[in-house]
Design a binder for this molecule. Structure first.
Ligand code: P6P
Length: 338
């Protein structure tokens, strides 16, 4: 029988492996899990708003119906502020970071010692067509001394993350996280209202037969990128080619499938998006921590994503992430462009 465990108990068990842990990271991760549970409820209800005659502004109870990404952002921000463990929040929905006062100034053991980056609802344009979407989060320890967080707390290399994860709102709601000791997945049991352990110590296959890219951008790609994709399409049984193309257009959904089945997701820089489309701090970095913890690789085409020194909250990066052997071969093809 599968080991029964809830995300809360799993997080605490992980915490107990660090003698110096104060329990604050566990509390923070539990708050994020609660927020994802509440977002899941709204995402699943979203389709009903029109059907039940709820307008775009107020529903039949006269409550204001918010756009889901606004709802997700406000929920996560308020949850983090209440928790008292955060000195700053950075969100895809906010131009600047939100500094947060230390709530426990009279307690020297509990301080607002973390900062979080969120993509509250990635792929939200897919909601109306019932495509899976997700919440992505990234957690760092603050580097400034005390008080409200500063920009130096928000702009740290991905290698400095202490935890990262995502929730995917699909046929079921799954939360995947790592706190530096493996990657673990929990499936929401809506009747119990609990995230139950569904996949512990996930490892991504070293080599795959799946590639995920928007081929509509083909004419904007470099020659190295074009040659790599052409290589994947050439028949060659020994190396498992041709690959299968799987592209949902929702990052968390494409990433989650590749994490479990193996695969490479590619969003290169191109003639239109000189730095790529995806965001470093709340898309590439958290998923890169997860994929490396699962034995995979994540690169901007020449170096590890987690080594990139950030200079802006919303900076973009090319992203090649997934099965290690596939990403290494991709990097070889892109080196032709140098
Ligand atoms: P394109 C969704 O809008 C998103 O930000 C990611 O979730 C997804 O991977 C990407 O954009 C899709 O971009 O250009 O292929 O539509």
């Amino acid at each position: 029988m599968k080991k029964f465990n809830t995300i809360y108990r799993h997080i605490v068990e992980e915490e107990r492996k660090f003698p110096e842990a104060t329990g604050q990271l566990s509390d923070l991760l539990a708050d994020i899990a609660l927020a994802c549970k509440m977002i899941s409820l709204e995402v699943n209800r979203a389709g009903l708003i029109d059907i039940l005659g709820m307008t775009g502004d107020t529903n039949i109870q006269g409550e204001e119906v918010k756009k889901l990404d606004v709802y997700a952002n406000e929920l996560l921000t308020n949850m983090m502020k209440q928790g008292g463990h955060i000195c700053a929040i950075c969100s895809e929905e906010e131009e600047n970071f939100i500094p947060i006062e230390d709530k426990y100034t009279d307690n020297k053991y509990v301080t607002n010692k973390y900062i979080c980056h969120f993509d509250p609802l990635d792929g939200s344009s897919n909601i109306d067509v019932n495509v899976s979407i997700g919440t992505i989060f990234s957690v760092y320890k603050r580097v400034s001394d005390h008080g409200p967080g500063e920009m130096m707390d928000c702009l740290q290399k991905g290698d400095a993350q202490v935890a990262a994860g995502y929730a995917i709102y699909g046929s079921s709601t799954v939360l995947v996280y790592t706190s530096g000791r493996g990657v673990h997945a929990f499936t929401l049991d809506p009747t119990a209202g609990e995230f139950l352990l569904s996949n512990e110590n996930i490892k991504i296959p070293k080599k795959s037969k799946i590639y995920s890219v928007n081929e509509g951008n083909y004419n904007k790609w470099s020659n190295g990128m074009k040659n790599y994709i052409a290589h994947l399409k050439e028949p060659d049984e020994d190396s498992g080619r041709p690959f299968s193309s799987r592209y949902i257009g929702s990052l968390v959904a494409d990433f989650h499938r590749n994490l479990l089945y193996g695969g490479i997701f590619l969003y290169p820089a191109d003639s239109k998006n000189q730095s790529g489309k995806l965001r470093l701090m709340y898309e590439a970095n958290p998923l890169s921590m997860i994929v490396e913890q699962a034995g995979g690789r994540s690169s901007d085409g020449s170096k590890r994503i987690l080594e990139i020194e950030p200079t802006a909250l919303h900076q973009r990066t090319p992203l090649f992430i997934g099965s290690e052997d596939d990403v290494i071969l991709l990097e070889k093809y892109l080196s032709e462009d140098k």
